[in-house]
Design a protein. Sequence first.
Length: 178
Amino acid sequence: MSRLTAPAPADLDTKTHGVLAGVAKQFGFAPGMFDTLAANPTVLEIVLGLQTSIARLLDAKTRHVIALAVSYANDCDYCSAIHGYVSSNLGRMSDEEIEAARVGESSDPKRAAAARFSQRVIEHRGQVGDEDLAAVREAGYTDAEIQAIVTVSVVTLLTNYLNNVNDSVVDVPGATRR
């Protein structure tokens, strides 16, 4: 059972109802995480704004790989499930690609480097070593792209923390707890 309370739909203003309807349309279902965030419409707006902004960073599949790697590293069942759903249903990634990404791997060496680097960023709270930077650069990432990897990682970390604090009930279609 979730530890934070989602507001009753009758208690939401028209704008928040519209935002939640947009989220449901985007995902193809209404993720409960966003209902809970609606208790504080500013937090909901910030999370959605950040997610919209990071869509301009890197390619979609690399963002999915990073989100899966970070969510798994943070032991966030909810985010692992929702990023798995998005990666499969919107990103057209195979189950094998999704499972590989969760453990910091990919059949694409460049994406694998991004996944491993994102996990190192999270595990070491940004205090990565020179060898970590060298590895991600060697894979072909520029310094600007390394900043993008860190940004996608941290935005994912935000939702991981929100869902871990809440102990969000996994309500993602087809998801199984790991």
